[in-house]
Design a protein around this ligand. Sequence first.
Ligand SMILES: N[C@@H](CCC(=O)N[C@@H](CS)C(=O)NCC(=O)O)C(=O)O
Ligand code: FES
Length: 107
Amino acid sequence: MENPTKNKIQNLIDLNPVMVFMKGTKLMPQCGFSNNVVQILNSLGVTFNTFDVLSDFEIREGIKEYSEWPTIPQVYLKGEFLGGSDILIEMYNAGTLKEKIEIALAS
Ligand SMILES: N[C@@H](CCC(=O)N[C@@H](CS)C(=O)NCC(=O)O)C(=O)O
Ligand code: FES
């Protein structure tokens, strides 16, 4: 996937230490899975940026190809794919998510 879509995805991930590809916006998530991620990051006081894949079909499909992960939401931490809703819930419940994010952001 060497194309403008991939470049746009790469730029978003490079520029934003915590980058969330989701359905809807922080204030109005359009799916429960995306809402889960927003609520978890908000509750931990994490600063994050979002991209609404419902506004761009190329990015919606491109992000799945980029990460080889088939679903939205997708959370990236310092350029690395961290997970979707299930994985974030798991890390949040395990109590490991905040520290993982803080360590990554400090490095
Ligand atoms: N188990 C997934 C749930 C997310 C999910 O199933 N997303 C679906 C429905 S929102 C999806 O992205 N489908 C492909 C699409 O809508 O493009 C997770 O942990 O994030
Ligand atoms: S939009 Fe239907 S499950 Fe996410």
